[in-house]
Design a protein around this ligand. Structure first.
Ligand code: NAD
Length: 551
């Protein structure tokens, strides 16, 4: 047995296992750890803090070994990144069943989790790290694009042209904001305290220009807006200073949000310190630093509420800044909503969510063929077509070529079946794996994010993701996972994932038809149960059976 080493997914059409379903699991595990994909591959960490693909290198080797010999009527069990058993099942059963980071309620906190992790008994699986369907930053860009597109649909007649968005944070995830706004034809001013983050986003063409002052940023923004041109502008500064100053000046801002790392007060720079003092200050006095950070967040959130009162569209982008501002004494911190109840829930109600797929061949031409298929299948969806075209031009693949787009109930199965036909006919050179994020319409309970402010108060009910996993396992998915703590941390979420292989066979077609209907169907059912009109409409129109609505 050897330890850390570079891992890269097999490519091409030659199998290293006894069938494409097993091969798909193997290649996607390997792909999650590809140095182009994973943040810290030597530690098996894929993304999202310490989200891992396998518990340790011995477990990784054992998973690979097992997949290489696993038969088409057997199922491997993975318990928090370690393979613990192989059982005789049948060809419709998943080839892999995964449970990651789950803890009994009273024990579900970070301290206990860390203690058990130290003992080697568990690992943090995040969402798509431990379930082997992470595809790099494309997922973040598309999710951010979709959110701003939903803002445009709700408030600005379907386009951000002629609007200015103000936001904070140009980090790993926040750095997608400028491009997501310009892809929606808007203007963005993005504030960050770290000059290297601005430089990196400029270098990667996620950001168009940098302004040298607040005044210059506003002038550039007004000029672009008046000409209905898209433009993203980086501004070096502290959001707790820039936001209130812009408000006081009466800056004409239409949309305000934030993606500084407010979820962790040590990762938010308070007004008292300069950027160069940050590291030393938080190390010397973490408690005092966190307190100062919360008070600065309160100032930023107070300005955000001010913009809201002045008529701007304001939302929390999932970084918990409202909670921290409230803790610092700003009582009105929850005046503006989180992004899920504000924009995403209507999509979730239709079973829509982040559908994604990867080409096991490793050939970008296979993804180009799927892009064409999506454009042909859904010609009426202009926003989808725009995303697919722009992604084709601007998204640099990391690891196996992959694509993501939001599709709903009645759409995902059509896409999956079409991909399967393209594999069968040889127009695509090797099978495609089809999965999704756990942040999806019927697969997550997460009261601070995906299920915040449910209409019936069912935010913390976690039966739904468990039913979702059972449904996918019963419908023919290739691997199914149940996780705890992804996105918002231990104790705060329970969620499930599925991945299904389109290998061109008639059996795969049958499985895809069921999984890709039933999985988003769970989202429709969950939202019908909570009383959402959009979900009821979709259920009636597309004949999703909900017993309590039948007579
Ligand atoms: P990151 O740590 O990579 O980047 C945070 C950025 O904020 C850094 O560039 C930092 O310099 C900057 N920053 C810190 N304090 C600042 C201040 N006072 N003023 C201006 N800039 C400041 O984090 P990330 O991966 O980009 O994520 C950002 C936040 O957004 C996290 O809290 C994350 O959980 C949240 N998020 C949520 C969702 C979601 O809910 N779907 C999606 C994306 C990100």
């Amino acid at each position: 047995m050897i330890g850390a080493r570079p891992v890269r997914a097999h490519r091409g059409t030659q199998l290293h296992t006894l069938g494409w379903p097993q091969e798909a699991a193997l290649r996607m595990l390997q792909n999650n750890l590809d140095p182009e994909v994973a943040e810290h591959p030597d530690d098996l960490v894929v993304y999202g803090g310490t989200g891992k693909a396998a518990r340790d290198w011995a477990s990784f080797d054992a998973i690979v070994r097992t997949l290489e010999t696993l038969r088409g009527d057997e199922t491997m069990l993975v318990q928090s990144g370690k393979p613990v058993g192989v059982l005789q099942t049948h060809e419709w059963a998943p080839r892999v069943l995964i449970a990651n980071s789950n803890l009994v309620g009273d024990w579900a906190n970070w301290d206990e989790f860390r203690r058990l992790e130290q003992l080697g008994l568990t690992m943090y699986g995040q969402m798509t790290a431990g379930s082997w369907i992470y595809i790099g930053t494309q997922g973040i860009l598309q999710g951010t694009y979709e959110t701003f597109s939903a803002v445009a649909a709700k408030r600005f007649s379907g386009s951000l042209a002629g609007t200015i968005t103000l936001t904070g944070g140009l980090g790993g995830m926040g750095g997608a904001q400028p491009l997501a706004v310009t892809m929606n034809d808007g203007v963005a001013i993005c504030v960050d305290v770290d000059p290297s983050r601005i430089a990196r986003r400029l270098e990667h063409r996620y950001l168009d220009v940098e302004a040298r002052s607040l005044e210059e940023a506003l002038q550039l923004a007004y000029d672009a807006r008046d000409n209905r041109k898209s433009l993203s502008i980086g501004l070096l500064g502290n959001a707790a200073d820039v936001f209130p100053r812009m408000l006081a000046q009466g800056a004409e801002i239409d949309i305000v949000t934030d993606q500084t790392s407010a979820h962790d007060p040590l990762a938010y720079l308070p007004l008292e310190y300069s950027f160069d003092e940050w590291e030393a200050a938080r190390t010397k006095d973490p408690v005092g630093f966190a307190d100062a950070a919360r008070h600065s967040m309160a100032k930023q959130v107070e300005a955000m509420v001010g913009f809201q009162k002045a008529g701007a569209e304001v939302f929390d982008y999932g970084n918990n800044i409202r909670t921290e501002a409230l803790a610092a004494g700003f009582a009105d911190a929850f005046a503006f909503p989180g992004f899920v109840p504000a924009y995403i829930r209507p999509l979730f109600s239709e079973g829509k969510g982040p559908f994604r797929w990867a080409a096991l061949s490793g050939d970008p031409a296979d993804i180009a063929a799927t892009d064409r298929a999506i454009l042909e299948l859904f010609p009426e969806n202009a926003s989808l077509a725009k995303w697919i075209r722009m992604a084709g031009e601007r998204v640099h693949f990391q690891g196996l070529p992959a694509r993501i787009c939001w599709l709903g109930y009645g759409e995902r199965d059509r896409a999956g079946l079409r991909f399967n036909e393209l594999v069968a006919s040889g127009e695509i050179s090797a099978p495609i794996v089809i999965g999704r994020d756990h942040l999806d319409s019927g697969s997550v309970a997460s009261p601070y994010r995906e299920t915040e402010a449910m209409k019936d108060g069912s935010d913390a009910i976690a039966d739904w993701p468990l039913l979702n996993a059972l449904v996918n396992a019963s419908s023919g998915a290739t691997w199914v996972s149940i996780h705890h703590g992804g996105g918002v941390g231990i104790g705060r979420s329970i969620h499930a994932g599925q991945v299904t292989v389109a290998d061109g066979t008639p059996l795969a077609a049958e499985k895809l038809a069921r999984v890709l209907s039933n999985d988003p169907g769970m989202g429709v059912i969950r939202h019908v149960d909570a009383g959402y009109d959009e979900a009821i409409e979709v259920a009636e129109r597309l004949h999703v059976r909900v017993p309590m609505r039948e007579t």
